[in-house]
Design a protein around this ligand. Structure first.
Ligand code: MN
Length: 292
């Protein structure tokens, strides 16, 4: 299933749907069955927490569902309320190499490995969908800085857990999406430089795990204004997906809807307002994301 959250002119925002060809079957009606959330809300995304119950209802609702042309929908992040966005630093060897060689990337500091760094967190408020685009700030302290794209396979956690063993990790994955881990180069902590509003793009859809034969062997790429920038395969990950889940959950409990950005390969490069990024991951999909 290719699940989307979208806005449509006549129907309003926060619609949910299933992509079928160039159309979306609007199955928002199934949300009527979602239990109301009181206070305090449990950590994680309520829709993904209820996924096992909602998924068959969405399938059942498809036949009578209103249709929206995919081209007419504005795609929001398919995960609305993650408890965490987890990033994997320098998780491709050739990106580690280029980071060590380029002062424009490393700003004169020694680039450490993921073994030495651990994983990092991005602000949840940085999360947007494909149609939202990325906003480059023009105010201090950001004006005149270098802003880079990082294309990554994003893993969405379905079943939460703490200290998840590697051999059980994939059972906690409910799906995948393309992730853009936008970054300002500089000396500040990663969590600051990567957490600006709109600096985590997730989309275009959330593709359920059953649709992806082998997430550890997916070609992916990004172009900017048609110019090739990054291209690699997830088999080149230093820490693979089960290891990232084991590693992250050794520290903190994972909740439904948590997003793991698995890391970016070599070829990170600047973008500026007016650019259009085109990101693609085999079997997961493709999306145009505007920079403004
Ligand atoms: Mn990254």
């Amino acid at each position: 299933m290719r699940f989307v959250r979208f806005t449509h002119g006549t129907a309003g925002k926060d619609r949910i749907g299933i992509v079928q060809g160039d159309q979306i079957a609007d199955v928002t009606s199934v949300l009527d069955d979602l239990a109301p959330v009181g206070w305090p809300a449990p950590p994680g995304d309520a829709l993904i927490a209820a996924w096992d119950d909602l998924r068959p209802k969405m399938h059942a609702a498809v036949d009578g569902a209103p249709r929206v042309a995919l081209a007419d929908a504005r795609l929001a992040s398919p995960v609305a309320n993650p408890s965490k966005i987890i990033g994997a630093p320098v998780n491709y060897q050739k990106h580690l190499d280029e980071s060590r060689e380029s002062k424009e990337i490393n700003y004169g500091s020694h680039v450490r490995t993921i073994d030495e760094l651990g994983v990092f967190l991005k602000a949840n408020t940085s999360l947007v969908g494909a149609s939202d685009g990325v906003e480059i700030p023009t105010v201090e302290p950001w004006s005149g800085r270098r802003f880079d794209h990082e294309v990554e396979l994003a893993v969405i956690i379905g079943k939460g857990g703490h200290r998840i063993a590697r051999d059980r990790a994939m059972g906690h994955v409910m799906g995948y999406a393309i992730g853009l881990d936008m970054t300002v180069r500089g000396t500040e902590d990663r969590s600051f430089r990567k957490s600006l509003d709109s600096f985590t793009v997730l989309g275009p859809a959330l593709v359920t795990a059953d649709e992806i034969a082998d997430p550890g062997n997916l070609d992916f790429s990004i172009t900017v204004n048609g110019e090739p920038r990054q291209a690699s395969n997830t088999s080149m990950l230093v820490y693979d997906i089960p290891r990232l889940i084991e590693y992250a959950s050794s520290a903190y409990t994972l909740y439904p809807g948590d997003i793991i950005l698995t890391g970016t390969p070599e070829g990170v490069a600047p973008v500026q307002a007016g650019d259009v990024m085109h990101a693609w991951i085999d079997q997961v999909g493709e999306m145009d994301v505007a920079v403004r």
